[in-house]
Ligand binder design. Structure first.
Ligand code: SAM
Length: 254
């Protein structure tokens, strides 16, 4: 069932996220973000996480600022010119119009105040800059990871299903009300890889990654592991070594 309101944030534990990132291949997504930001100068990455995208943008533009509530997650940052500030999307510590591009990649399902965060993102963009834009990545409708979680763990948690399309539609509405009028959407392929030879080994590894992604500390995590395993067996019969994390890159310009 599609959402008519924000279901509230998923819990994303640090360990769950780091184990996930270790399996994630997202070359296409990173290449697209780099091509979109090529003409920009001053970039903000909201919720930069472990920093793969922050780093790619920093290499290209000679710097990038990131705001992240869990600054200890920024494990891959090696470039100079990256500034990581503690903070959240709901309260960005910058004056209006400080950046010409603001990125918010895979963060909307984790914010407490969805609309408030989007207003803040819009506020810090300099709309007079010729390359002014907001880049938001969320899940595509056929995202395999989200579908597997919705099918198995979400009902056990007795939560409303995750609806990534709802998040992107709210983003478009809020940005429209803040001076953005041109929108494009690009689909990207990314995937978690499970090269283990044996099916049982793959299923066990993938089940742990999926459950830990949103439910690592949930009291029913063990029950979820049992529920996700048969779904993963069916999935791996079609796609033996990967679980897709297909994305939609929404680009908003004034
Ligand atoms: C799934 S990760 C994505 C990280 C990064 N943007 C990427 O694409 O690799 C979500 C990130 O959002 C961060 N986050 C959670 N709540 C947030 C908030 N209210 N404001 C900004 N970031 C938040 C998390 O700490 C985490 O690093």
């Amino acid at each position: 069932m599609l959402q008519t309101g924000y279901r509230g944030p998923h819990a994303l534990s640090t360990r769950g996220w780091l184990d996930f990132v270790a399996r994630l291949e997202r070359r296409e997504e990173i290449a697209l973000v780099r091509s979109l930001t090529a003409g920009n100068g001053k970039a903000l990455d909201v919720g930069g996480g472990t920093g793969e995208l922050t780093q790619a943008v920093a290499v290209q533009l000679g710097g990038c600022t990131a705001v992240e509530p869990h600054t200890d997650r920024a494990t891959v940052l090696r470039e100079t010119g990256i500034e990581i500030l503690p903070g959240s999307a709901e309260h960005l510590p910058f004056d209006d119009g400080t950046f010409d591009v603001v990125l918010a990649n895979w963060i909307l399902p984790y914010v407490t105040d969805l609309e408030g965060a989007l207003h803040e993102i819009a506020r810090v963009v300099d709309l007079t800059h010729p390359e002014a834009k907001v880049v938001i990545i969320g899940g595509a409708p056929d995202n395999e990871l989200v579908s597997l979680l919705n099918e198995t763990c979400v009902p056990i948690a007795e939560e409303p299903p995750d609806d990534q399309g709802y998040l992107l539609s709210v983003a478009e509405e809020v940005l429209k009300s803040n001076g953005f009028s041109r929108f494009t959407a690009h689909r990207t392929e990314a995937a978690l890889h499970f090269p283990e030879a044996g099916l049982d080994e793959r299923v066990r590894a993938a089940a742990q990654i999926l459950v830990n992604f949103w439910y690592e500390d949930h009291p029913a995590a063990h029950e979820m592991l049992t529920a996700v395993e048969p779904a993963l067996r069916r999935h791996f019969s079609r796609r033996p070594h990967a679980v897709g994390d297909q994305g939609v890159v929404l680009v908003a310009r004034p």
